[in-house]
Write a protein that binds this ligand. Structure first.
Ligand SMILES: Cc1cc2nc3c(=O)[nH]c(=O)nc-3n(C[C@H](O)[C@H](O)[C@H](O)COP(=O)(O)OP(=O)(O)OC[C@H]3O[C@@H](n4cnc5c(N)ncnc54)[C@H](O)[C@@H]3O)c2cc1C
Ligand code: SF4
Length: 330
């Protein structure tokens, strides 16, 4: 690994000032960034550790949501009583990711901003538009079994690997950031972007912006009670999703009154399934409605040569998840 300087930020203003120096990157728990440094994918000259900033609280937000500091560890968030009671799909998503040891170290800010696991991105001997803009995308004709079926571009077909971000996209909320131009909030969904012709940009963050908190919208108790996260993966543990679903459904008198659905591992970011939700609201809570909702969403899919299996997989997973959530009320 290339030698680098290391310093701990003591406040956000200091961190933002430090990152202005070229070659500087923020460091959270380091579970993604340090791996990428070992591979030579990231080559910062200086790391500014933001994991010790006073953003380690989980507290009620005005308006009934929950505000989660960017330095909160994944395991602490999954174990938090308010998360378990009010956002069970988020707790499940977190617990399905990585391993206990990694979750103890990984931060919420770092989890949202972790990079793709595309094999070409991680191999500096190969071209990759995301790592080296303009060099090409070998995944499109090469190994893309676990890459995108939705929203990809000629330039990049990568997927985003975070489980947590899928649950957050289904719940909705905003990310609080501070940067050289001051503070702002970014709506979720909306933090992660589609690759278009700038696949080097995973998110809409501007250079130097520091994530300080994630604020979740309130989830109605009726939705929270019937919510979950389901993840299909190649191994039972320590493995990224092949396809995942975060879903919450509220059913009354056999009819779907409200729902929230997001898909994971199918696009450049978590994929909020707006079309499926629209199809489902007001429909009878039956398997036929669940299948129609899945079909409405996946009609947009553009699978590649070796990942067409993800379309029926996503369909089946979504239908099964909704059926499970509605089992006792339909
Ligand atoms: C073996 C293995 C298995 C894994 N399996 C899964 C899995 O199944 N599911 C899953 O979701 N994840 C998985 N992960 C990924 C893991 O969840 C991420 O590595 C972790 O969440 C990243 O958090 P971190 O704090 O360590 O980030 P870091 O590695 O410190 O940082 C990641 C990126 O975010 C930036 N950054 C960090 N904090 C901030 C901030 N506050 N503001 C702005 N930028 C910031 C950094 O500069 C860097 O670019 C796995 C990782 C490993 C190593
Ligand atoms: S899919 Fe994206 S990350 Fe993977 S090789 Fe192509 S440009 Fe790079």
């Amino acid at each position: 690994m290339r030698p680098f300087a290391y310093e701990r930020a003591t406040d956000a203003a200091g961190a933002v000032a430090a990152i202005a120096q070229p070659g500087t990157m923020y460091l959270g728990g380091g579970t993604n960034l340090v791996d990428l440094m070992k591979l030579g994918v990231e080559t910062p000259e200086r790391l500014v550790d933001v994991s010790g900033l006073p953003y380690d609280r989980i507290e009620d937000a005005p308006g009934g949501g929950l505000r989660i500091g960017a330095a909160v560890r994944n395991s602490d968030l999954a174990a938090d009583r308010a998360v378990r009671e009010r956002y069970p799909l988020l707790a499940r998503a977190l617990l399905s990711g990585a391993s206990g040891q990694l979750r103890n170290v990984a931060t919420i800010g770092g989890n949202l901003l972790q990079r793709t696991r595309c094999a070409y991105f991680q191999d500096v001997s190969k071209p990759c538009n995301k790592r080296r803009p303009g060099s090409g995308c070998p995944a499109r004709e090469g190994d893309h079994r676990n890459l995108a079926i939705l929203g990809h571009s000629q330039a990049c077909v990568a997927t985003h690997p975070s489980d947590m971000a899928v649950a957050v996209a289904a719940i909705g909320g905003e990310v609080h950031v501070t940067g050289p131009d001051g503070e702002r909030t970014i709506p979720i969904p909306g933090l992660h972007r589609l690759p278009g012709d700038e696949p080097q940009r995973d998110t809409v963050l501007e250079p130097g912006e520091l994530v300080t908190a994630l604020e979740l919208e309130p989830l109605a108790p009726g939705l929270a009670a019937r919510s979950t996260y389901r993840k299909v993966r190649d191994r039972a543990s320590f493995s990224f999703a092949v396809v995942s679903v975060a879903a919450a459904v509220e059913v009354a008198d056999g009819t779907v009154r409200d729902c929230r659905i997001a898909l994971g591992a199918v696009a450049h970011g978590p994929w909020r399934a707006w079309r499926a939700e629209e199809s489902l609201r007001g429909a009878p809570a039956t398997e036929a409605s669940f299948a129609a909702a899945a079909d409405a969403e996946l009609a947009q899919a553009e699978p590649l040569r070796d990942n067409a299996f993800k379309v029926p997989l996503a369909r089946n997973l979504l239908v099964a998840t909704l059926a499970e959530l509605c089992e006792e009320v339909a």
